[in-house]
Ligand binder design. Structure first.
Ligand SMILES: Cc1ncc(COP(=O)(O)O)c(C=O)c1O
Length: 423
């Protein structure tokens, strides 16, 4: 096998998901879009669905539309649960942002463990999760213990093993917060085993699945997960700022009290009575009016995922990142790049982290000079992703070829930073 474009095309011909690319808007065919781990492409059907919702439902039905919009956080949540989370109905709400959902579930879990005073998080966790927990710990006078998994002598690829977690969990821990796929390294954690370590001490685990949802075949019910959160704008292609989701296992939901008692969590919402009385089940976690335009978009993207199936999507994420690693070994390793993601496909999701001393400048040059879109994470990481429904092997090949050439020639040095704080 020769590592050339014909080989990449032969992989596309053999790809069972290849036909799905056509369901997405590809505005610039020359662009190699390797940032689906940050914002997914626009599905053509979503543009139509949102237009139709806006004109026909909002425009035509006005306030009477609420008769069928009112439960959409739940109905779209159930759809998301079955399509991408491995969740039976009644356990998912599609609503608010990942950050707000994180706060809500973290506080509910801590309050359900009175007398415990420790929260555990990992150093490599996404900033919003760490910041929110810092705030909660300060408000409640709790200890926030951080696992130092950015230190390679503590954890390879930032990965939390059950043995490592066991060193930090004891009977004083109320809550552990971890990511299913680490946002920077792309390493995948053993969800059932880690959940069990915490549970054996009576602690909850809250899983942030933002980088896993829509890229690997999550099975929350089967894995014994209690609490999870995530977004829909990455591999689920819900669009910029599309609603996030929260999962509360049915066994836990009636024990937990969300910290904001909004009117959508009220048992008889439209009686509008004087006193809050929590609705049973997952509805008890909904705060307020659902974002109907965003939910329309999420429902539309779920149709595409349902058509492909998460098993096939996970298989393509594995094969596509395998192909990226082949190209990395042949072209990038000799140019001083490192691989910060596990080589074993079962240990990762849809993205790779490649490191380089000049990563910030190279990532800038990829966008500015080569029409290749990755993203950059401090201090030295470029993330490149396979979004299984639309990333082609040819696109990966050309993207990596352009990256190789930028660095081999030194041309990347000529990119000039303009005004944007977003990397
Ligand atoms: C792992 C992870 N958690 C949380 C967030 C924050 O999401 P939001 O801004 O939608 O609350 C992100 C955003 O990219 C993320 O990657």
């Amino acid at each position: 096998m020769t590592l050339d474009i014909e080989y990449a095309r032969s992989l596309d011909r053999a790809d069972p998901l290849a036909g799905f690319r056509d369901q997405f808007v590809i505005a610039d065919p020359d662009m190699c879009y390797l940032d689906g781990n940050s914002l997914g492409r626009l599905p053509k059907a979503t543009a139509e669905a949102v237009q139709k919702m806006t004109v026909e439902e909002w425009g035509g039905e006005l306030v009477t539309g609420w008769s069928h919009w009112i439960d959409m956080a739940q109905t779209v949540g159930d759809r998301l649960g079955s399509a991408v989370l491995g969740a039976r109905p009644g356990q998912v709400l599609a609503t608010d942002t990942t950050s707000v959902n994180m706060y809500r579930l973290a506080l509910a879990a801590i309050k359900d463990r009175p007398g415990r005073s420790t929260i555990v998080v990992d150093e490599a966790n996404f900033p919003t999760d760490r910041y929110i927990l810092q705030g909660i710990a300060a408000d409640l006078g709790m200890d926030l213990v951080t696992i130092p998994n950015e230190d390679p002598s503590v954890a390879e690829f930032e990965c939390i093993t059950p043995d490592l977690l066991a060193e930090y969990v004891n009977d004083d821990v109320a809550l552990v917060c971890l990511q299913v796929i680490n946002y920077r390294s792309g390493a995948r954690q053993d969800v059932p085993a880690l959940t069990e370590v915490a549970r054996s001490h009576g602690a909850y685990v809250l899983w942030d699945a933002s980088h896993a949802v829509g890229s690997i075949d999550l099975q929350f019910d089967e894995w014994g997960v209690d609490l999870a959160i995530g977004c829909t704008y990455k591999y689920c292609n819900g669009g910029p700022g599309a609603p996030g989701w929260l999962y509360v296992n049915a066994n836990a939901s009636n024990d937990l009290q969300a910290p904001i008692q909004g009117w959508f969590a009220q048992r008889d919402q439209f009686v509008m009575g004087p006193k809050f009385e929590r609705a049973p089940g997952i509805r008890g976690f909904q705060i307020a009016t659902p974002p109907i335009l965003g939910l329309t978009s999420v429902a539309s993207s779920m149709s595409i995922i349902e058509g492909a199936g998460m098993a096939a999507i996970e298989a393509k994420a594995a094969a596509g990142t395998d192909f990226m690693i082949e190209l990395f070994d042949a072209w990038l390793a000799p140019l001083g790049f490192g691989l910060q993601t596990p080589r074993e496909a079962k240990m990762r999701g849809g993205h790779l982290s490649i490191t380089h001393d000049d990563a910030a400048q190279i990532a800038l040059a990829m966008r500015q000079l080569a029409n290749v879109i990755p993203d950059f994470r401090k201090p030295n990481t470029i993330r490149v992703a396979v979004a299984p429904l639309y990333t082609s092997y040819e696109e990966i090949f050309i993207g990596f070829q352009r990256l190789r050439d930028l660095v081999a020639t030194g041309d990347f040095q000529s990119a000039v930073l303009r005004e944007s704080a977003v990397t």
